[in-house]
Design a protein. Structure first.
Length: 224
């Protein structure tokens, strides 16, 4: 499929690269589904010492160096597991482990498995790389009421758009159900695309011009 899409772009004279943020590159196909690669560190069922030190340790240490965890209200982890995206939030000062999922509910087996893996792995990483006693054993697990995927408006990869909106809007004082719904996801997808493509940080000006070419984009949509 990726080759077919790239062939269409080439026929239309469109480069497959649409975003370049200081050599962080995104292709048209990736942008079409807003796909991001993710190393779901806190979802690993089995950790070896090399993984713990080289991979997870680097992420925790670098993140803590940029934004001191202990002074943060929330630690937000967008996670992909079994081809589905959800958000895990640690409300450090309020004492909550919060799960946000646009499809699965608290009593679904998927979230039961997620909960039993994510929390112990997070605590283990915290103890190993942050090393500050935080009484996580007293934290309350909470599943936040959020907009859910509606099969009437469903399309593949919508879960990652939900996750991006959750990360943008999340605050314990905000009722996300009042902010958007499944029917808004197609428009939100376009908004995110426009923000990323036409950002001043995107140095791929040729791609910006191509996206502005309405005729080419309509032909691309028709062919795809």
């Amino acid at each position: 499929m990726a080759k077919e899409v790239d062939d269409i772009y080439n026929e239309l004279g469109i480069s497959t690269e649409v975003i370049n943020y200081d050599n962080v590159r995104v292709s048209y196909q990736q942008l079409a589904i807003l796909r991001r690669s993710n190393k779901d560190y806190v979802m690993k069922h089995e950790w070896n010492q090399t993984f713990l030190n080289d991979t997870c340790g680097k992420c925790f240490t670098l993140a803590n160096g940029c934004f001191k965890f202990t002074s943060s209200d929330y630690l937000l982890f967008p996670i992909i597991h079994e081809d589905h995206w959800f958000v895990f939030i640690v409300a450090l000062h309020d004492g909550y482990f919060i799960f946000i999922d646009s499809f699965f509910r608290e009593d679904d087996m998927y979230q039961q498995n997620v909960k039993s893996t994510v929390i112990p792995n997070f605590v283990r990483a915290w103890d190993e790389f942050i090393g500050i006693d935080w009484n996580f054993h007293e934290f309350v697990i909470h599943y936040a009421p959020v907009p859910k995927l509606d099969l009437k408006f469903f399309s593949k990869y919508d879960d990652r758009i939900f996750v991006m909106k959750f990360l943008e809007l999340w605050d314990q004082r905000v009722n996300l159900i009042q902010k958007f719904s499944s029917s808004h996801i197609p428009d939100i997808r376009v908004q995110y695309m426009n923000i990323m493509v036409f950002s001043p940080h995107n140095c791929n000006n040729d791609a910006k011009d191509k996206v502005r070419n309405h005729t080419a984009m309509l032909e691309l949509k028709r062919r795809f």
